[in-house]
Design a protein around this ligand. Sequence first.
Ligand code: RBF
Length: 347
Amino acid sequence: MNFFRKTAALVTAATLAFGACAGKKENTAASRNTDSQKKLIAVFIPGAASGSPIYEMLINGVKRAVSEHPNTSVQIIEGGYNQAEWEGKLTAIAASDKYDLIVSSNPSLPELARSVSRKFPKQHFLLLDGELSGVPNIYTLRYNQREQAYMAGYLAALLIEEYGSGGIGLIAGQEYPAMTQTILPGYREGAAAVNHDIAVDFRIAGNWYDAAKCAELAAGMIKDGIRVLLCIAGGANEGAVQAAVEAPSGGARIIWFDTNGYAVRPPYIVGSSVVFQDKAAYNKTKLFLEGKLPFGAAELVGVRDGYVDFIEDDPLYAAAVSAGVREKQHEMLTRLRSGSLILGERP
Ligand code: RBF
């Protein structure tokens, strides 16, 4: 664990130092305003990009928008896993006065950005996977994660029904309001729609990077009879996958969250409940570059907006899950996509 912490700290220091050196006087946000076209965007990763699909998508989306826009460039700044340092790092980025926009993602960012904007009210923020409205320089977009988790829970319960025994679980990197108030209840709700009596074994890994710890946790759950596990623990997910593969008598199965994860370890990954954060990052960065991002607003997007879905058209899904289960899952998805099943933001 220490090794991971130290490595993260080094990467962080290096990236911040790079960020600090890269700034040239003539390239400040203030001078760019007079120089009209040039724009510099910072993507602040609260954690590390590698292994966390939600952050990888963020970077890809912003890079794509920037590549299509002349005179625009982007710097990726990793904040590392010490959450107590994030506000100070964001403050330093804002204080550098280099960036026209700071882009970031996760539910803790809006409050940090609000605090930074008190000191630097001219700094603009585009924050995904979080919510805050009414602050003039901050725009937020979050996903309907009740829908995202419901689709995972529904599949988990269908699989248990097919196996004839066993339970379902959820491993989260840490405990936070979006997890306890939306994702976990949504997962439970989806499972209960298939089998009212099914319980969810919910465990916290304690961080977003320690795969060995996550493997230990998952192995314990599997030993207790859990056969389908939803993993939302960033880089630590690989530990749960390993535990599922190594489990006796055919192994347990994993449902992936945020991106298409079937290829991570076929055929152990049996579902992918996704958010199209790359698309959101692209669209909203593009709007910013066109001067049209509605700062002060907080958007919520879901399945019918095209930002949340379950990946069904991957041949690895068909190879991992029986036709009978896929058919029932498809029937639920059709109801959700058509609007005949409506799941508001909170269960
Ligand atoms: N998700 C990740 O995949 N990797 C992370 O490093 C990560 N760090 C987080 C830190 C905080 C403080 C919070 C509140 C959430 C974090 N998440 C992380 C979860 C992420 O925001 C989102 O809820 C999940 O990816 C599910 O969509």
